[in-house]
Design a protein. Structure first.
Length: 173
């Protein structure tokens, strides 16, 4: 009987020590997270009301000037650049529309290096062409993403917002 009571006392002390340690760790994590604001990054833009852009003899950085959402102000409509404010994984998406176009296309650049080329041939000028692409990229704070209209390609947009560029932070790293 004394052995059983001793074992119970040791078990209770051990459990109380573990409980106290766990509570202490929870308090520490709550304190760390309380002062830490989770970054919010999301943007949604459309290109222009000017209708057809291109074709040009040189590549042109696209400036999506119609900004509908820009939480975190990471997209700059005057430059066309999205700048990652924090290290994390980002989802980016764009839609390209061509009408009376020939070749339509958009290239994706990260820090001024092309990471994706996209184009479509539109042989029937009276049939609209669309394509949509999505990227999930790990970016560090300060990385820049922008879209380029390649030379010889066209893109179309109007007040109906056919050609768009958007993105959001999925999670920080």
């Amino acid at each position: 009987m004394i052995l059983l009571q001793t074992l119970l006392r040791i078990t209770c002390v051990s459990l109380n020590t573990r409980l106290s340690s766990s509570e202490s760790r929870i308090d520490q994590l709550e304190t760390e997270n309380a002062g830490e604001e989770k970054p919010k990054v999301a943007f949604y833009t459309a290109l222009t009301d000017a209708e057809t852009l291109g074709p040009n003899n040189t590549d042109i950085t696209l400036k999506y000037s119609k900004v509908f959402t820009n939480i975190g102000n990471a997209y700059n409509p005057s430059t066309g650049f999205f700048t990652a404010p924090v290290k994390g994984v980002y989802n980016l998406q764009f839609t390209v529309f061509g009408y009376h176009a020939g070749n339509i296309g958009v290239d994706v650049y990260k820090n001024n290096q092309r990471i994706m080329a996209n184009w479509e041939r539109n042989d029937n000028n009276y049939v609209p062409e669309y394509f949509t692409k999505s990227l999930v990229l790990e970016l560090t704070a300060g990385d820049e993403i922008h879209l380029v209209l390649p030379s010889g390609c066209s893109i179309y947009d109007s007040s109906d917002n056919y050609s768009t560029f958007s993105g959001s932070l999925l999670f920080t790293l």
